[in-house]
Write a protein that binds this ligand. Structure first.
Ligand code: FO1
Length: 313
């Protein structure tokens, strides 16, 4: 039995989890998911990363985008646009039901974590998926155009603004959701997903107590690099490394994770960086293929990561 807790963002984390639940008992897995990307849309509460992880594990996700539901249409969105409503954020007709369900239950006073538990159980998932907090937490992106709400920066403006700063509104008073502390303490392995360190992992660590618990459990933490060959597999991680003055490479990411993780998983393409990472940080480096192109690749990455994290020298 291997209990695994994962610090998770959206698409990269969802793909890793899809492999993970095929190599360990799904009921031994807890995904602690970022909610800094959450937003209000036409009066509805949207939790993109929770939904991306859930839809992926339920085999419902749109494979072309990595988010949203397979086979949904944009008829409602097009109608909303005709009425003069917002149409820059693609809410599909089937996805809309999730937001109606979640928003209604939030309005009745149910916590996001309980709603997520019921929703994922309905979809037949055995692994635990929890928001990092039930409290309001919002990523705010500092750019030349001023401070932008996360989805304004990411979707509306296509992540094209250089990022000067990031803050997580609400973090100071947020409390970890009920399962979070227990999952981190009980885990045999904690995985930092191949997600954006600034936009996905930092908001999780900004919730008081979470960073401290990860550090306290450092000997069982493995971080997977989201940067391969100096480029992000998806999204603006490389641009943000650059604009915030970090090395645009897996080494730049490794420096950020040194106090958190014992093991750093590096792609084959970056094997030449292994010795500098090992000499500059206190992490053990494991080199393996990290591109999650198919189910076999996801499973191999998940089992390789677990093995490395459990194999304390
Ligand atoms: N990403 C986009 O690039 N464009 C969209 O219109 C968009 C809509 C969307 C709707 C629901 C959802 O759950 C996710 C959606 N995403 C969209 C993805 C999402 O904004 C980002 O991938 C994450 O927030 C970053 O992890």
């Amino acid at each position: 039995m291997t209990r695994v807790a994962m610090l998770a963002g959206g698409v990269g984390a969802a793909r890793f989890l899809d492999g993970l639940v095929r190599v360990v008992e799904p009921s031994d897995v807890t995904a602690i998911v970022n909610v800094g990307d959450d937003m209000e849309w036409s009066g509805l509460h949207i939790s993109p990363d929770l939904d991306t992880v859930t839809y992926t594990l339920a085999d419902l996700v749109n494979p072309e985008t990595g988010w949203g539901l397979r086979g949904e249409s944009r008829r409602t969105l097009d109608r909303l646009s005709e009425l003069g409503g917002p149409d820059w954020f693609m809410i599909g007709d089937l996805d809309l039901a999730t937001h109606l369900y979640r928003t209604h239950r939030l309005s009745q006073g149910d916590p996001l974590s309980a709603i997520t538990r019921d929703f994922t159980a309905r979809l037949g998932l055995e692994c635990m998926i929890t928001p990092v907090t039930d409290d309001r937490l919002r990523t705010v992106v500092g750019t030349d155009a001023g401070e932008l709400a996360f989805q304004d920066y990411f979707v509306r403006r296509r992540a094209s603004d250089p990022v000067h700063s990031l803050r997580f509104d609400g973090a100071e008073s947020a409390r970890p959701a009920p399962l979070v502390e227990e999952a981190l303490n009980a885990a045999d392995v904690i995985v930092i997903a191949p997600s954006n360190p600034f936009l996905s992992i930092d908001p999780l660590l900004s919730v008081p107590g979470v960073r401290e618990l990860v550090i306290a459990n450092r000997s069982k933490v493995a971080a997977v690099s989201p940067i391969i060959g100096g480029e992000a597999v998806k999204g603006p991680a490389a641009d943000i490394l650059q604009s915030l003055g970090h090395d645009v490479s897996a080494l730049g990411v490794a420096r950020l994770y040194d106090d958190l993780a014992e093991v750093f998983v590096l792609d084959d393409a970056d094997a030449a960086l292994a010795s500098s990472i090992e000499s500059e940080t206190d992490m053990r480096v494991i080199v393996m293929p990290t591109l999650m192109t198919d189910v076999e690749a996801k499973m191999a990455l998940a089992s390789g990561t677990l093995e490395a994290a459990r194999n304390v020298p």
